[in-house]
Write a protein that binds this ligand. Structure first.
Ligand code: ZN
Length: 254
């Protein structure tokens, strides 16, 4: 990344004047924190067949397999720390430059960096939820119990099945979060896509929707995306470096 990148300066200029800037982040946001894209080689789902939600609720063997995979995947999340990009976004929000972060990531790193309004479209791996009473629990004691007993944990309050508060295959996205994301996209005047290849829904549709409602679209991703041609600015750069560069180009707020 060059020191004087005119595209980064241009994006900084837009961010400066935007009233409703919104960020959308995908797996690429967390790769610099050492979390592999779960679909990529080396990701958990390259090795294992993910447990479908329907199987989870109907089979004890599926629940045990789910918890086995959960314990292994959590090792990757547990050690991960927010990277430069996460921190830049948290600072922008604190400075009033950013309305919200919409994310597909389940690693909790935006919140760990200090971002406050984070819409988790796929839920979070940082909590366990009871599928019956919706009580939430810390993951570590549940995983420890699973490792010890080999049985899938149950809710201590109601006996319901316990699962990561993530959206599994075959499970629908959280409606309220999704509705808020669409509303943010509609109102947005600057929509930044960070580290998403924009192939799965709603990742593919949200930026298009924002653009159709008047937002400038910026895409920063390692690889080209299908929406590059319709974006006002595109950077194929490592995210941390690109966001730091944009941040350096910002003028202090009056
Ligand atoms: Zn319960």
């Amino acid at each position: 990344m060059t020191i004087d990148n005119p595209i980064a300066e241009q994006i900084a200029g837009w961010l400066q004047t935007a009233q409703e800037a919104v960020v959308f982040t995908g797996a690429g946001m967390s790769t610099e924190s050492g979390i592999p894209d779960f679909r990529s080689p080396g990701g958990v789902w390259a090795k294992y067949q993910p447990v479908m939600f329907q199987d989870f609720v109907s089979s004890d063997a599926a629940r045990r397999e789910y918890w086995r995979q959960k314990c292994e995947a959590h090792g990757e999340f547990g050690a991960a720390r927010p990277n430069t990009g996460h921190k830049v976004l948290a600072n922008w929000e604190a400075a009033g430059r950013l309305r919200a972060v919409i994310t597909q990531n389940i690693d909790g790193l935006h919140q760990a960096a200090g971002s406050r309004r984070v819409l988790e479209l796929h839920g979070t791996a940082m909590e366990i939820v009871c599928l019956s009473c919706e009580r939430r629990f810390e993951p570590e004691p549940m995983m420890a119990a699973f490792r010890e007993t080999g049985t899938a944990p149950h809710c201590e309050a109601c006996g319901g099945y316990l699962k990561s508060a993530t959206v599994s295959f075959g499970q629908s996205l959280p409606e309220a979060v999704l509705a808020e994301a669409w509303q943010l996209a509609r109102k947005s005047d600057l929509f930044l896509v960070l580290g998403s290849s924009l192939v799965v829904e709603p990742a593919a549709s949200l930026p298009r929707f924002a653009r159709q409602h008047g937002a400038r679209l910026v895409i920063i991703n390692r690889d080209p995306t299908e929406q590059d041609a319709t974006a006002q600015a595109v950077l194929h750069e490592p995210l941390g470096a690109a966001l730091a560069e944009i941040d350096r180009s910002l003028q202090p707020r009056a």
